[in-house]
Design a protein around this ligand. Structure first.
Ligand code: BES
Ligand code: MN
Ligand code: ZN
Length: 488
């Protein structure tokens, strides 16, 4: 990860980045922004003359490199900062990371009046956009390692940088887990990664249930979905429990380490990316580790039901009846609707045993998420208007996107089954909506304190785009961390 320092005075001036903002009021062109530190003689005048000669408008995402051979700085990087809010700075940070990727270190002189929110956005943008998933040492290594930010008073920005660093680190962890090929990433491996990451932080408790434990305690959904694989299922339970916490949140994340669809096997194009089907589990683990790293004063328990949905002689069949934790049964007409079966167990366990104040689950649950909302927005469901509004506000502040969806009463009858209490894959209704209605059946007396996000679509990016890098996005880590930080 990039090393980011806050300095009151620049130490190295080989490459100097400077902010440029859009024209305001009567102005006809973008303007360099006055920075907090004295610059080498002539630089201010040179930039003032340079800006009008470029195609810069000052919008975030724009950069312009200007070489000054034999002089100091030897290179100027002009960076558009837009209207200067946190989202604009996040975009600017992402653009700067890309423009400077062939440098080793850069110094960025920030505007006199840069707020902590601006600094947080900038650092998040820098860290998120410079992420690379690397399995081997082959290929070019990104050379940028160090970014110095020059501000008037470093101390006022220390918390913002710490929050951004944690966000960047935990999003990178979620991306790494999600990008990893499933030949490596089986349920046991995922649980070991959580153990290793948790060991780096104090005061976390981890319990990993193995198949025998799951059988003894009746986690029939997780066992059914995991039955077809030689790599047995697991249930990860990770707890951040700070002394004096009054609010307890349980986060649940879908952890299918590969989804073939099972006996109801997926066609080739639909299966191609199914190593990402544990992105929900990766996000809730990242957020919980982040809560611990930032020592947020709220108890967070994460449940990650992990299984590999395979095709084999031991796989569960369409038409099987599964008995979930707590005893509710599901008729499984389609083995490709496996995510809800493992989530049902985890939700039922949370409600019965953990009895939290709030229950939130994230899952790459249905292809219908993208059909309804496109590639950016998660589909958010809750009966609780206040909780939905709070989480949507956090999603927005974090620079992610979600859209609230209905839980219509007239679809509930589609969950009916002649064989079992519930039917896991109704053939009517709307895919993402009926999946949410199915999950709701397991929320018991927490029904109105539960929130679910179907994040199938935004969990993956087709290519680099602002702070996203092609591949796993780590969607949800940023949003959950923002939301958890608002709780007391
Ligand atoms: N993991 C998939 C959902 C998915 C699809 C995630 C595309 C990311 C991208 C899930 O297990 C699934 O197969 N859902 C089915 C549900 C259906 C069988 C009721 C779907 O969406 O088709
Ligand atoms: Mn599936
Ligand atoms: Zn799935």
């Amino acid at each position: 990860m990039l090393a980011i320092r806050l300095l009151a005075e620049p130490e190295r001036l080989d490459t100097l980045a400077l902010p440029v903002r859009p024209a305001r009021g009567e102005e006809s062109r973008p303007e360099p922004v006055s920075v907090t530190t004295a610059l080498p003689a002539g630089v201010v005048e040179e930039v003032a003359a340079l800006v009008p000669a470029t195609r810069l408008t000052g919008a975030p995402g724009e950069t312009y490199a200007h070489l000054r051979p034999g002089r100091t700085p030897g290179r100027l990087l002009l960076v558009g900062t837009g209207d200067g809010d946190e989202a604009a700075w996040r975009r600017a940070g992402a653009a700067l990371a890309r423009a400077a990727r062939d440098e080793t270190y850069i110094t960025f002189a920030l505007p006199d009046d840069a707020s902590p929110a601006a600094v947080r956005g900038l650092v998040e943008g820098l860290l998120l956009a410079s992420y690379r998933f690397r399995l081997t040492d082959a290929g070019p290594t990104p050379s940028l390692t160090d970014v110095d930010l020059v501000v008037a008073d470093p101390a006022t920005h220390a918390d913002a940088v710490e929050a951004a660093r944690t966000t960047g680190r935990m999003t990178a962890l979620a991306r790494d887990l999600t990008n990893m090929p499933s030949s490596v990433k089986n349920p046991q491996w995922f649980a070991e990664q959580v153990r290793a990451a948790a060991a780096d932080l104090p005061d976390l408790t981890l319990r990993v249930r193995e198949p025998a434990d799951l059988a003894a305690e009746g986690f029939g959904g997780i066992l059914a979905v995991g039955a077809g694989s030689v790599n047995g299922p697991r249930l990860v339970e990770l707890d951040w429990h700070p002394a004096g916490a009054t609010t307890h949140v349980v986060l649940v994340g879908k952890g299918i380490t590969f989804d073939t669809g099972g006996i109801s096997i997926k066609p080739v194009p639909a299966m191609k990316l199914m190593r990402k089907d544990m992105a929900g589990a990766a996000a809730v683990v990242g957020a919980t580790l982040g809560a611990a790293a930032l020592r947020l004063p709220v108890r967070v328990t994460t449940l990650a039901p992990l299984a590999e949905n395979m095709v084999s002689g031991s796989a569960f069949r369409p038409g099987d009846v599964v008995r979930h934790y707590g005893g509710v049964t599901s008729e499984t007409t389609n083995s490709d609707a496996e995510g809800r079966l493992v989530l049902a167990d985890a939700l039922a366990y949370a409600v019965r045993e953990l009895k939290p104040d709030l229950l939130v689950d994230l899952a790459t649950l249905t292809g219908a998420n993208a059909v309804a909302l496109g590639k950016r927005h998660g589909a958010l469901y809750s009966e609780n208007d206040g909780l939905a509004a709070d989480v949507l506000a956090a999603v927005d502040a974090a620079g992610e996107a979600a859209w609230r969806m209905p839980l219509p009463a007239d679809y509930v009858e589609y969950l009916g089954s002649d064989l079992a209490d519930l039917h896991s894959s109704p053939d009517r209704g709307a895919g993402s909506v009926t999946a949410a209605l199915y999950l709701r059946e397991f929320t018991g007396d927490l029904r109105d304190r539960w929130l679910h996000i179907d994040m199938s679509a935004p969990s993956w990016a087709d290519g680099d785009d602002a702070e996203l890098t092609g591949g796993a996005t780590g969607w949800g880590v940023r949003s959950l961390l923002r939301w958890l930080a608002t709780l007391r």
